[in-house]
Design a binder for this molecule. Structure first.
Ligand SMILES: [Zn+2]
Length: 438
């Protein structure tokens, strides 16, 4: 197996290792999900090994990414039954690692490495005696030139730049003129977002729970078509979220998040509503935008092929108008949510969030509170608070649309190619459009 090239793929058919005498059990075993029960790092700054215990053998693919240096391991759907703190502490060449669902049927482990590395070995050991199956990845320190030439050699490999397709929404019924609202639960899958390990709460789970409630409330009103960018614990890239809103002609895009400041600032509390701006309204907004914009890097995406923002007169005009709508909704939301949730001392802020960059869809990012604050955490995870906040959001959405005259309902429509937003064919040509509604 050639190890140069930064990418290797070992495809071991799981069925092959089953002894013939066990073959009667094969169908049942194949249906059981593979479980990762433990993971550990060993070694030093020259050579580091990751070992993951698995309930049975799986095929694996491994490759490296630059800027920042990362090693990505792709495996079929695996249930990660690892301790919540797994991967947070590094060793040797590995600064940290994370794991989760990357796409339907596909799991991913992403290691942040603190130096250019070569993947010396990557394989799965069959279970033996009392030992479970083990996924083993050996990394060896190298220099930047070797690392980059290996990347170039492997750039034609299909896995490297792959972004999983997200499901397309059901087409609107003919004559359905209701405004489309896209709810965007932040993070997902391999990208957990903020984490409070002490209470085993992740931002990705919390915002999905609240997004589902908001979705159900809005749908129950009958006044909107409500779509979600994800309905499961799976990864969706920032660009896909924006494209999803545009392709479905959303009239409003609401991204849900929960912030964290680590244990030192446990007193900072409250909800904040962010809109898009070129310059951050303050240092805190900049910090948050930098952190939220890292989602694709965290999930092991190659960022070198990101489309640049396209500017132009039409774009500027549309975006200015969209920003006015976004700001109006942000104020309406803050006014209504104030009664249900504690707001941050300055609750309206702005910064360069990638997920808010649809030039023709009014968009806000709602940080519900801080996972690092025990008081916020208690509230955000309570069903009463969740019911109050989603109700207040629904009232704000009603007020926002009620204030619009029919003729100014949609900001200047842009051709789909603007802002690099038409990388996908239109929804109608997608194979078997799957419902994204829960
Ligand atoms: Zn977030």
């Amino acid at each position: 197996m050639a190890m140069r090239g930064g990418m290797i793929g070992l495809w071991l058919a799981a069925a092959l290792w089953l002894p013939a005498s066990l073959s009667v059990f094969a169908p049942a075993r194949a249906a059981e999900p593979v479980v990762a029960s433990d993971a550990r790092l060993a070694g030093d700054g020259e050579r580091t090994r990751l070992v993951v215990d698995l309930s049975r053998s799986v095929p694996l693919g491994a490759f490296t990414l630059a800027d920042p240096y990362r090693v990505v391991i792709d495996i079929p759907d695996v249930v990660f039954a690892l301790p919540p703190t797994a991967g947070q502490e590094g060793r040797g060449l590995v600064a940290a690692y994370r794991f989760g669902l990357f796409a339907p049927g596909k799991a991913r482990i992403v290691m942040d490495v603190n130096a250019p590395v070569t993947i010396d070995k990557a394989f799965v050991l069959e279970p033996m005696d009392d030992q479970p199956a083990r996924l083993v990845v050996d990394l060896v320190k190298t220099d930047r030139a070797t690392f980059v030439s290996a990347l170039k050699a492997s750039s034609s490999q299909p896995h490297r730049a792959e972004v999983p397709e997200m499901p397309t929404a059901e087409q609107a019924q003919v004559g359905d003129m209701r405004p489309v609202i896209v709810i965007d639960p932040g993070h997902g899958g391999v990208d957990s977002g903020a984490v409070n390990p002490a209470f085993d709460v992740t931002e990705k789970q919390l915002v999905l729970t609240i997004a589902r409630q908001l979705h159900d409330r809005l749908e129950a009103s009958g006044r909107y078509r409500t779509l979600m960018t994800r309905t499961k614990d799976t990864y969706v890239s920032l660009g896909q979220r924006v494209r999803f809103a545009r392709e479905n002609n959303a009239r409003l895009f609401i991204s849900l998040h929960a912030d964290s400041l680590g244990s030192r600032d446990g007193d900072v509390r409250g909800a904040t509503i962010y809109t898009l701006s070129d310059r951050a309204s303050d240092g805190e907004a900049q910090r948050l935008a930098d952190s939220e914009n890292k989602a694709d890097m965290i999930a092991g995406l190659d960022l070198s092929e990101e489309p640049a923002d396209v500017a132009g007169i039409l774009f500027d005009l549309a975006q200015r108008e969209t920003r006015n709508f976004s700001a109006h909704f942000a104020r309406t939301l803050a006014g209504n949510v104030a009664g249900a949730a504690r707001l941050h001392k300055s609750p309206l802020k702005s910064a360069g969030f990638k997920v808010l960059k649809a030039p023709d869809v009014p968009s806000v990012l709602f940080e519900l509170g801080y996972l690092s604050s025990s008081k916020d955490l208690e509230l955000m995870t309570s069903t009463e608070w969740q019911a109050n906040v989603t109700e207040a959001m629904t009232v704000a959405i009603d007020a926002y649309f009620a204030a619009q005259k029919p003729h100014d309902a949609v900001p200047v429509a842009l051709p789909a190619g603007v802002n690099g937003a038409s990388a996908r064919p239109v929804a109608a040509t997608q194979p078997s459009p799957a419902a994204i509604r829960p």
